[in-house]
Design a protein. Structure first.
Length: 205
């Protein structure tokens, strides 16, 4: 199983592809197929190919934002390492909003998502970068429930409520269980309450 891990920083994006088996609990137990870091996103971006902790080569790569950075890395992986999106079975994106509750990899459940959302205020800038990062995955994950759930949550945090509502509607359509659908409807109810709040305040005056 090949796992893509992406870690967005303030103006950089690190990506690695690890080949591992279900019995391996840690990344270092697997075989590293590729390791790169794209620095200077939005300024003077440059891709460094890593061999362990050392840089083996560098090359310029267009990256005006994290979306273009991710798309560029996908293209590089396919062209230089012959790792196409279809060869990736899992993907993980580091998002800095786990507070003290989450300090290691955690399986996503509706309850875990609820707790993570409660920490969103801790890293609004990183959340925005993560949102840009998952945009290039949209076409590849167009039938994946969790993608649209996470997308909707980030859009809601950024105040892009109309876009969040579209993402949540798509997530409900793709829900595999009634629990998944109920979890997304909770976010839609929150959007509805937030959109009605100003009107209610005005009517009371």
């Amino acid at each position: 199983m090949n796992v893509l891990v992406m870690n967005p920083g303030g103006n950089s994006l690190k990506a690695e592809v690890i080949s591992c088996t279900p019995t391996q609990a840690f990344a270092f137990e697997g075989k590293k197929l590729a390791s790169v870091i794209l620095e200077g996103i939005g300024k003077d971006p440059c891709l460094s190919v890593m061999e362990g902790k050392k840089t083996s080569s560098t090359e310029p790569m267009p990256a005006k934002d994290y979306g273009e950075a991710a798309a560029g890395i996908f293209s590089w992986l396919e062209e230089k390492k012959h790792i196409a999106p279809r060869d990736l079975q899992r993907a993980g994106i580091r998002v800095v909003h786990g507070g003290t509750r989450f300090s290691q990899a955690t399986k996503i459940t509706p309850e875990v998502e609820r707790q993570i959302h409660s920490f969103e205020r801790l890293a609004p800038l990183h959340n925005k970068n993560a949102l840009e990062l998952i945009e290039p995955l949209a076409e590849r994950l167009s039938n994946y429930f969790h993608f649209f759930g996470v997308r909707g949550a980030f859009l809601m945090q950024l105040g892009r409520n109309d876009e969040a509502r579209v993402a949540f509607d798509r997530a409900i359509a793709l829900a595999n269980t009634s629990a998944e659908a109920a979890h997304i409807r909770m976010h839609l109810d929150r959007l509805m309450r937030d959109s009605q709040a100003p009107a209610n305040k005005i009517s009371k005056k």
